[in-house]
Ligand binder design. Structure first.
Ligand SMILES: Cc1cc2nc3c(=O)[nH]c(=O)nc-3n(C[C@H](O)[C@H](O)[C@H](O)COP(=O)(O)OP(=O)(O)OC[C@H]3O[C@@H](n4cnc5c(N)ncnc54)[C@H](O)[C@@H]3O)c2cc1C
Length: 449
């Protein structure tokens, strides 16, 4: 088989696109990434992302080894408990999680902006900012040309849509694909972590992922994010020397203003929010969260009232429907661009990273002449579509992620809430069920279905 190393164009410098770009570059495959944001510190939806074994494995496989070490060093302190709370901060259940001694097989809390800066490290010559993709065309010589809003173009052998939920590539390539509103809205806030705000939280909450099942169909999730640098950006004194050396030399620190914080997200069915919530910002948006949580513990409400107004973000949650099979070609998709999912299982970014790693492996085979480029894409899609849409369905099925969930019905809602709390209570108290819950927590976020 005649071989020619493919040149790959990636649309979107998000989690999946940048991971793939690293993996291809390390394999000697030409790659360029086009991103609509104007600068490396622009944009972002929300603050914390949980990276489990799937995501960390993909990063380990794709990133240069030293950059993977920087990724590990820039993660926030890992959660030690998965807690379920009620709105009064009473603990319904608490599951101890695994220690983070293994680089991959653990749950890591990552700040989105920090991860972006890690993934942009060393890619300055590959990523083109301020290039909004508008359309593509196929050429007679089997190449693909991407067109951008500024009138520029780029031509390559393969076009990869890594441009997220509202993918412009998908709109042209798979116009029949359905992305829809899941019917829930999140308000994400970030509260500076100080001795005072830390003291508002019980110890297990300070060290865990805490899911809040409130009455009246209002839910929340809380993470305490503690990094290895202080409020002035200086390394904390207890950082191990090897990590301190890595971080001291890492140029990404100069582009990242992330500091220790408490990440508190409040969500409910869209029906519970004012009609203009997506246009509200700052203290007006925080007030919406406070209105929804009037019966929550005063400490949780104090946290909300101390949220940085610039941090408050409304997020309308989307999901997707399985796309009927299509004929593979020199255009393909990864991550949210093909299988947008609700945050129900917290695996959207992990799945985008898994896609990137799988597509990387297939493209290496094509570059080695073991299969054609289109066959490599077909083999990638044959695996990615089933696991991707399985994750979409699982995520939508989680309590409270769909606006139609029983949790939001007037009478059934109370029963559903009791049922959910009862499930977590029993599961956390029976050793066999508790072990299975924790194993599933990782297995689910692992590579195999
Ligand atoms: C509240 C919330 C919490 C979540 N928590 C988790 C979690 O804990 N764990 C987890 O695994 N997942 C989580 N997710 C999901 C996760 O954020 C996404 O699935 C993941 O970011 C998708 O990565 P991606 O690379 O496909 O797209 P993105 O990271 O969205 O990247 C897309 C990129 O494409 C760019 N772009 C878009 N259009 C264009 C264009 N026309 N031209 C050029 N560039 C373009 C965008 O600017 C962006 O940089 C959460 C999601 C939400 C909403």
């Amino acid at each position: 088989m005649a071989t020619r190393t493919p040149h790959v164009l990636i649309i979107g410098a998000g989690t999946g696109g940048l991971c793939l770009a690293h993996g291809l570059r390390r394999a000697g495959i030409g790659v360029e990434v086009y991103e609509r944001h104007r600068h490396r510190a622009d944009g972002l939806l929300g603050y914390r992302v949980g990276i489990g074994p799937t995501g960390s494995r993909a990063l380990r496989d794709c990133l240069p080894p030293e950059l993977f070490e920087i990724y590990l060093a820039t993660c926030a302190r890992s959660p030690r408990y998965f807690n379920v709370l009620n709105q009064k901060l009473h603990q319904t259940a608490s599951f101890p999680l695994r220690p983070d001694t293994h680089p991959v097989d653990t749950e890591r809390s990552v700040a989105r902006m920090t991860l972006r800066q890690v993934l942009l490290t060393g890619m300055e010559d590959v990523v083109r900012f301020d290039r909004t993709f508008t359309r593509y065309e196929r050429n007679d010589d089997a190449t693909v040309t991407a067109h951008f809003a500024d009138g520029s173009t780029a031509t390559g052998d393969l076009l990869v849509a890594a441009d997220g939920t509202h993918s412009a590539v998908r709109r042209q390539y798979l116009p029949h694909a359905v992305i829809r509103d899941a019917g829930t809205i999140n308000i994400a806030t970030r509260i500076p972590l100080t001795e005072h705000t830390r003291a508002l939280l019980p110890p297990a909450v300070q060290r865990g992922i805490s899911l809040i099942f409130g009455t009246g169909g209002v839910m929340g999730v809380l993470h305490v994010m503690e990094f290895k640098w202080d409020a002035d950006g200086r390394l904390k004194p207890n950082v191990a020397p090897a990590e301190a050396a890595l971080l001291a030399d890492w140029p990404g620190r100069h582009h990242d203003s992330t500091r220790d914080n408490i990440n508190l997200v409040v969500w409910s069915t869209a029906r519970r929010f004012p009609a203009d919530v997506m246009h509200r910002r700052g203290s007006e948006l925080i007030q919406v969260a406070l209105d929804l949580t009037a019966n929550w513990h005063p400490h949780l409400r104090e946290l909300l009232s101390r949220a940085d107004p610039h941090s408050a973000l409304p997020i309308r949650v989307s999901t997707s429907e399985p796309v009927p099979p299509w004929l593979s070609s020199t255009v393909t998709l990864l991550g949210d661009a093909i299988h947008t999912m609700t945050p129900g299982r917290g695996v959207g970014a992990n799945t985008a990273l898994r896609d990137a790693n799988l597509l990387r492996r297939q493209l290496i085979l094509a570059a080695a002449g073991e299969k054609t480029l289109v066959q490599a894409v077909a083999d990638y899609e044959a695996a990615m579509v089933p696991y991707g849409f399985a994750r979409v369905a699982d995520s939508l099925g989680r309590s409270g992620t769909s606006g139609d969930d029983r949790m939001y019905k007037p009478v059934f809602g109370r029963l559903a809430l009791l049922g959910a709390r009862g499930y977590f209570r029993v599961t956390s108290q029976v050793p066999r069920l508790r072990r299975k819950f924790v194993d599933d927590f990782y297995t689910y976020r692992g590579e195999e279905d």
